[in-house]
Structures are given as structure tokens and as C-alpha cells.
Design a protein around this ligand. Structure first.
Ligand code: ZN
Length: 388
């Protein structure tokens, strides 16, 4: 049992200064004042002068590692629990990417279960870049129905030289399967779509909206900030009812080539009239970031970081002057709503006790609580992964 006293709660909507009582991994009560009874072994955290936020949700992380496009030595390592905790991320969605051969669903499911055992919440997408989708069981619907962690399909690559170049009909079949599988399993169901730099861009997604009865909520195109043309097309797509996701891990050199920083992309989309409910951020953490010099030579491969997720939200508030309660939504309630994670993404009675305390001025992370367990306290890591 935990009692957080006198914290300014952003649920993400601002609720004012509250006491928040946690027990059994859930938020049990949010009140103006809660006093612990004399016989209850309640740990009290003083939240005076601090902000209490929902734990962050990162909907696209290569938890098993990714990369490999530069040969075996460019394979990136698995995600460590401590990296996630230090990022304030209490819920992560794992996926496979380009390499769906040496990285397989068996490993992905096991890694998800490991992260859950270690204290955070973890879901996965079935499949990888490849079409036909390499599922664990017979097909997409079976994976959604019978594997608790599976909440969708992904990351399916389109408009990219590394994709399987699926036909429109193959793409529609995946969206249709995820819709029905999502309905039958009560999970919602989303296709996480890797958008490449090819000129085809959002054509398939736009055609799904026009030519089929399938709703846009089952498709989440990610990397939508990777170039200005794709970004501009994304504005039209999102204003027409589509959903868009920006990738937060980036480099200054990528931005010189036209990639938009996620905080900047958020500001531009809001200014263009895109509803905030249709925008999310994800980190692409543990994916590979190939670094090129001015001559276009590959000089380095870095690993994408999960802590960029919240850094971009901080930048959206501090540099782009977007209100905290608005910016926060792209890594909390919007993600939870879109992925139908009903107990996630909000500080609300009955929800999972996934919480973050920050400094009100710098917005620096201080304390992270996942499913009721204090993982980081006043900047000090209390819980590490099994072999860290
Ligand atoms: Zn990708």
C-alpha cells in the first residue's frame, strides 16, 4: 500500500492537488485528503510541490533488439528493464522489425513475459516487417485470441525497400484479420505500420478508408515524421479521421535531412487542426539508427533509446509551449485509448497504479511506480532487471 500526498495530478487532465492511495497494484482512491489508518502498513510518499502523471506507454519498442540491416554486427541488444524505468515508461509494446528470421515470435513472447515478471506491463504485436505475417499460432486471429500479450500485428513495413512489397489486397486482409481478431478477443486490434521513405506513402491506408468498410482506428502508421512529404500527407490523413504516430528517437543529422523532431511535428499538426486524439508518440527503442557522414558513408550504428519518448514530450511543453495536459496525452491516454488498454494511460480510480512524479519546473523524472511498485525513487533506481 502506498499513499502519495499533496501532488498536483495530471490525469492527464489537471485534477488539482490530491492525495492518491494505491493498493494491490491499482489506484484505489483519489481525494483532497486521505489519512492512513493506524493499523495499515502504508508507505507515504510526499508529493508536495511535485506533479503526478500517468506512467508512460511506449507502443513501439524492439524489446528483443532489432536492426541487422548492416550485417550481423549491426544487430542491436535486448531492452533492459532499467532503461525503461529510467524513461518513466511503465507499459511497453514489443515488436519485431526487418529481421523476422533470427528474431521470432517465440522469443518475443518470452521477453514480454520476462519484462512483466520484472515489474512493468508488456504487450506485443504478432509478426514483423514480413507479409505474409509470420504468426506464432496458425494465423493473426488465433494469436489475438490465445496469446494474452498480443494486441495487434506489426510492424508491417510498407513504402520501404526493406518491406515485402505487399499488394493492396494483402494489406487489406491483414487489417480485416486484426479487426475480427480484435473483436473476438475484446482487445481492439491494431496494425502497427512501418512507413518508409518511398513515394507510395499512405496510399494503402487512404484506400482502406475509401474502398473498404474497415475503420481507420485499426491502422497506426508510425515514423510519420521521417520526411516532410510524408508528414504533410499525414496531416490530411489525420484530419480525415486517421491516426498518426511519430518516432521520438532521432539524430540531429537525421533532422538535417528533413526528419521532423517529434515535439515540432506535434506542434505543427495541432496548428494545422489535427485533433490531439489522433496523435501518438513511440520511441522505436532498441531499433538501429545508422549514422551517415556528409558523404553518405555509414560511419556508425547507434541503438534507439526509449527515454526519447518523454524527452520529446518535455520539449513539446518547454520549447513548443504546448500545455502539459495536451502533450502528455500522446504517451498516455491517447495510446491507451487507441490500443484499448483500458486500465492504462490515466490516473483514475480502478486503473493500474502506473505513475510518475516529476519536478514542476524542469519536468525531470523523479519517481516511477509500476503496478504499485516503486521502481525509481528520487532519481535512484530501486528495481533492476534480473541480470543487471
Ligand atoms: Zn520501423
Amino acid at each position: 500500500m502506498l499513499l502519495i500526498k499533496n501532488a498536483a495530478v495530471y490525469a492527464p487532465d489537471p485534477l488539482g492537488v490530491k492525495d492518491v492511495f494505491l493498493a494491490g497494484g491499482r489506484v484505489c482512491a483519489i481525494r483532497d485528503s486521505i489519512e492512513p489508518g493506524p493499523d495499515l502498513p502504508v508507505e507515504v510518499i510526499d508529493g508536495t510541490g511535485k506533479l503526478l502523471l500517468p506512467g508512460f506507454i511506449d507502443s513501439h519498442v524492439h524489446i528483443l533488439g532489432g536492426g541487422g540491416e548492416g550485417g550481423y554486427r549491426s544487430r542491436t541488444p535486448e531492452l533492459k528493464l532499467s532503461d525503461l524505468v529510467r524513461a518513466g515508461t511503465t507499459t511497453v509494446v514489443g515488436c519485431l522489425g526487418t529481421d523476422g528470421v533470427t528474431r521470432r515470435m517465440e522469443n518475443l513472447i518470452a521477453k514480454a513475459k520476462q519484462l512483466k515478471d520484472e515489474g512493468v506491463s508488456c504487450y506485443i504485436y504478432t509478426g514483423s516487417y514480413d507479409v505474409p505475417v509470420r504468426t506464432f499460432l496458425a494465423d493473426i486471429r488465433s494469436d489475438l485470441l490465445f496469446i494474452d500479450e498480443v494486441i495487434g500485428v506489426g510492424e508491417i513495413a510498407i513504402a520501404d525497400h526493406r518491406s515485402s512489397q505487399p499488394t493492396f489486397e494483402e494489406f487489406v486482409r491483414i487489417v480485416a484479420d486484426v479487426r475480427v481478431g480484435g473483436m473476438l478477443s475484446g482487445k481492439g486490434g491494431v496494425v502497427n505500420i512501418h512507413m518508409g521513405d518511398d513515394g507510395q506513402m499512405l496510399e494503402y491506408l487512404e484506400r482502406v478508408k475509401v474502398e473498404t468498410p474497415l475503420p481507420a482506428c485499426h491502422m497506426l502508421p508510425t515514423h510519420m515524421n521521417r520526411n516532410p512529404l510524408l508528414f504533410e500527407r499525414g496531416i490530411t490523413y489525420a484530419k480525415g479521421g486517421g491516426y498518426v504516430d511519430f518516432t521520438t528517437s532521432s539524430y540531429a543529422s537525421f533532422q538535417e535531412e528533413g526528419e521532423l523532431k517529434s515535439s515540432d511535428a506535434l506542434k505543427k499538426m495541432l496548428d494545422a487542426g489535427v485533433p490531439i486524439e489522433h496523435i501518438t508518440f513511440s520511441s522505436d527503442g532498441q531499433g538501429s539508427l545508422p549514422v551517415f557522414n556528409r558523404e553518405g558513408e555509414n560511419i556508425d550504428v547507434q541503438v534507439a533509446r526509449v527515454d526519447t519518448l518523454y524527452q520529446e514530450v518535455r520539449d513539446a511543453v518547454r520549447q513548443e509551449n504546448i500545455p502539459l495536459e495536451t502533450a502528455l496525452r500522446v504517451i498516455t491516454s491517447n495510446v491507451a485509448d487507441h490500443l484499448r488498454l483500458t486500465r492504462k494511460g490515466r490516473v483514475r480510480e480502478g486503473n493500474d497504479a502506473d505513475l510518475v512524479l516529476t519536478d514542476p519546473d524542469t519536468l525531470e523524472l523523479q519517481t516511477v511506480i509500476a503496478r504499485g511498485q516503486v521502481m525509481l525513487r528520487d532519481g535512484k533506481l530501486l528495481v533492476k532487471g534480473s541480470f543487471e
